[in-house]
Design a protein around this ligand. Structure first.
Ligand code: ZN
Length: 162
């Protein structure tokens, strides 16, 4: 079946920058699952997957507006937080990406400057502002269950577990 509204889609991806350098990939791992047509996926990726089916592999290049968004260059994007709030490594250096818990869930931040107790971070998503190429492989397409549609997300492999 073709991907359309209320399809549950499983796919693998590789993200490349404009120089063709690999930034992120889940090839060979558990695919990502999402409910199509419910704003659960980056809009450009969702649009590219529309009408595709299991077994399809293709490449699409997308502007930042359709993926991680444009960068927020205002001062509020730069914040000072305690070093102990950073998760993901023991030793931090400028340029490294850390995970922090916020009241809106986990966020990735990029270290700008590190002091002994406080660290200055850029709260823009690390891939914001970049034109990105996605290599996408559709693994499975099925109709969503009534429960998934009422929850607004996919269940099962790669999806939500309650
Ligand atoms: Zn659910």
């Amino acid at each position: 079946m073709q991907i359309t509204k209320d399809s549950v889609v499983q796919f693998n991806y590789t993200i490349l920058d404009e120089q063709g350098q690999k930034l992120e990939s889940n090839q060979g791992e558990t695919p990502v699952a999402y409910l199509h047509g419910h704003n659960n996926m980056m809009p450009g990726v969702e649009k590219a997957l529309e009408g595709k089916q299991a077994g399809d592999s293709f490449t699409v290049t997308l502007p930042p507006e359709e993926t991680y968004g444009v960068r927020n260059e205002s001062e509020e994007a730069i914040q000072r937080i305690p070093v102990k709030h950073l998760q993901g490594a023991k030793v931090w250096k400028p340029g490294m990406v850390a995970v922090v818990n916020t009241d809106k869930g986990q966020r990735q931040v990029t270290i700008i400057k590190k002091g002994q107790f406080m660290v200055t971070v850029d709260t823009n998503p690390p891939l914001a502002g970049k034109t990105l190429t996605f290599e996408l492989s559709v693994k499975e397409v099925r109709e969503a269950t009534a429960e998934e549609i009422s929850h607004g997300h996919a269940h099962g492999v790669g999806g939500h577990h309650h």
